[in-house]
Design a protein around this ligand. Sequence first.
Ligand code: SF4
Length: 396
Amino acid sequence: MDAGSIPNPAGDTFQRSRKSDELPGLYVHIPFCLSKCVYCDFYSSTDLTLIPDFLAALRREMSLNKDFKRAFDTVYIGGGTPSVLTPADLERLIGDILTAFTIAPDAEITVEANPGDMTARRLAALRRAGVNRLNIGCQSFDDDALAFLGRRHHARQAVETIRMTRDSGFNNLGIDLIYGLPGPPGGAFAIWLATLRTALSFHPEHLSCYQLTVETNTPLADICRKSDIALPDRDIQARYFSRTAEILEEAGYLHYEVSNFALGNRFRSRHNSKYWNHTPYLGLGPAAHSFDGRQRRWNHRSVATYLKDLATGKPPVADSELLSDEQMRLEALFLGLRTRRGIHLGDFKRRYGQDLLAEKGDILRKLMEDALVEVRNGFLMPTRAGMAVADSLALI
Ligand code: SF4
């Protein structure tokens, strides 16, 4: 173990950024869903008749970016619901990406899928095209919970999709789950624990466990406003968080980010880690964001505007912002303290010009006394209790 690495509960080590970690990532947003889930504020349209025009426009956007000089070592096709595309469209899309850009030979290539849409033919097409990681939005293995969330699928379909995925040869599988649904405290918690047990029975290489939040302008916000339905209070949410982390760590998972768990370092989401490390990424498709290490820009959310811009050869960019030194520093603090690896103090000083131990010594000592952070081998790391309140840690 070198001075830039620290052991973690899964028996691996966290490393300081290596050069290979710094290759950019490519994100492609497929902005279509068969229907909208009540809690979701991601951009997507349910007008599937626009898919052929969208795919043609996406090819145009790729060619506008074909001078992107660097190789990508991650590709993430998300949405929306990429699994609404036909097997032929999925295969062609990935082929177009591999032709338009330089993709590193060992790249992580992920596609998001919804249970219910995924068929053996789609899975075979993804395998043929070179996809090596599948992330399935199961959200729950309880039919009542799925109905409350407005999901189209049933628990049985989620189980079948996972089995099909394994049968198709995918050995890097992620499952997304949501906890903290309304309900009698004991009952909802027991349902969550059963969902977690079912997920573990498939030995997924990656698990994302998100706390249900009410985003403004979603149907869920309306439901909560018009009824007496309320999400669990802060103490109950904290219990969900810590019990989930305990169970998954006991099962051998590395709790490497507030909501993310991997069966060891090699199954971390390499792509999402770029967002937390300030590594550049290129985003294609409506609402996709790009970051070049200093400037962030984002595409129009509307499919119609996206199509209109690309029809005239114009980049479909809605706006951009150049991050100031102070914004970069605050973001690095905020994002770094959401990861178990935390912040490498020496790298932080070099990159953002702040010696955290010298300038924030008093507050850090207090956080250490409260067992919310620790300093080990040059890293400032949140503890499990610290990760539960990660957003407030960044206010130091
Ligand atoms: S949660 Fe996923 S499937 Fe549901 S509306 Fe949002 S993007 Fe679509």
